[in-house]
Ligand binder design. Structure first.
Ligand SMILES: *Cc1c(COP(=O)(O)O)cnc(C)c1O
Length: 385
């Protein structure tokens, strides 16, 4: 495993900025997750939106994981990269007719339904194809994930999911929808969750909801607790793998499964964030009044997380062993929010040095934009560079 040690000589021959993926770390992570789920009724569906790079997807599919998709094109991409339809789940508040048809035509495992009107459309489209569609209800558990407000999704006043008080009416609808088969309940409370007690709250809520369904004479073979496990962005070298053991143990302890019930997870960030870095080059060292700015050739178009939700990425100068000094690391885009980090202690930098923005494997490359007519960054892999 490479811990902050990059093949700088090889990097120097490549045009920057680019994404670099440590495939050994990815495989180590996937192996740990596989082990944790072995001999348990646990199924992990990788959240494709975190990183949809085909090389990454193929690697994850090869370990036998399923896919969690939030668009029709993600379903198609997942299928192309080797995920099997019987392990694909499809979530999203705004599924179009075309996207629903993609799911139906490929006989995916389950649609995670987020509203009453979606249920109606799904029933009608399935009926048109003479199919019965498996559905899990995405329920808003009203659990606080204690994370940034843009990435919390499980509170009541939120565009995602179905509120608890609507469940009796929804269950009635399902009973009269001949092309819908209710197989489970689904939750997703947010992302970058490091306080695991939020998942304990979710378990308590899931157990209570399942009891209610049972009291209505409905068995639920599938419980899907979504994703959201966070990673350590501060210390990518010391903590390169999330604490999957504690995570899975928590669900084992707090969510008692019924006979023949399976527990499903939709992990995204924790599977792929640590293995990716965005590598960029120093264009200019600019002396401000009090500050020194490193102006680099990557910008918010290549990695938007800092600008979008004040996210922290560890930053290293991988070309220099000089003294540490504080720099503001900024991109070239014409937006004041195009800042990767302020007052970061980096080895003394000169024009041409390579800078690594760490833990960028999730919500990095997938969120690239072409604002300012920028090129998309390329991607390279440790085992083929
Ligand atoms: C984004 C998303 C996930 C993955 O979240 P992570 O925080 O990356 O683990 C899982 N399920 C759904 C429905 C999502 O929208």
């Amino acid at each position: 495993m490479i811990k902050g040690i990059f093949p700088v000589d090889k990097f120097n021959k490549i045009e920057t900025p680019f994404y670099w993926y440590d495939m050994d770390l990815l495989r180590e992570t996937l192996g740990i997750i596989s082990n944790e789920c072995r001999n348990k009724p646990f199924h992990v569906h990788y959240a494709v939106k975190a990183n949809a790079n085909p090389q990454i997807l193929k690697e994850i599919a090869a370990y036998g994981f399923g896919a969690d998709c939030v668009s029709g094109n993600e379903i198609l991409r997942a299928l192309e990269c080797g995920f099997t339809p019987d392990k694909i789940v499809f979530a999203g508040v705004g599924k179009t007719d075309r996207e629903i048809r993609i799911g139906l035509d490929n006989d995916i495992f389950c649609f995670n339904v987020e509203s009453k009107p979606e249920l109606d459309v799904l029933n009608a489209l399935a009926s048109g194809r003479g199919k019965k569609v498996r559905v899990a209800l995405r329920i808003n558990p009203n659990v606080d994930a204690h994370t940034h407000k843009y990435i919390t999704t499980g509170l009541n006043e939120n565009k995602f999911g179905i509120n608890e008080q609507d469940l009796p009416e929804i269950l009635q609808m399902i009973r009269t929808s001949s092309h819908i088969e209710l197989i489970g309940i689904h939750f997703h409370i947010g992302s970058q969750i490091t306080d695991l007690s939020s998942f304990e709250d979710l378990c308590v809520k899931a157990a209570a909801l399942q009891e209610w369904f049972n009291s209505q004479g409905v068995a639920l073979p599938v419980i899907n607790v979504g994703g959201g496990l966070g990673i350590n962005y501060q210390h990518p070298n010391h903590c390169p793998v999330a604490d999957f053991e504690a995570y899975f143990r928590l669900f084992e302890k707090y969510l008692k499964l019924q006979e023949n019930q399976t527990l499903h997870f939709e992990l995204g960030r924790s599977m792929v964030a640590p293995c990716g870095s965005l590598i960029t080059r120093v264009l200019y060292v600019k002396e401000g009044m009090q500050k020194k700015f490193l102006i680099v050739d990557a910008g918010m178009t290549d990695l938007i997380r800092p600008a979008l939700y004040q996210a922290f990425h560890h930053i290293e100068n991988i070309s220099s062993e000089g003294d540490y000094m504080p720099y503001d690391v900024v991109g070239p885009i014409c937006e004041s929010s195009d800042v990767f980090g302020e007052e970061r202690m980096l080895n003394e930098a000169v024009r041409g040095d390579l800078i690594a923005l760490r833990s960028a494997g999730a919500y990095g490359e997938t969120m690239v934009s072409q604002y300012n007519c920028r090129e998309k960054p390329a991607s390279y892999f440790s085992d083929s560079l």
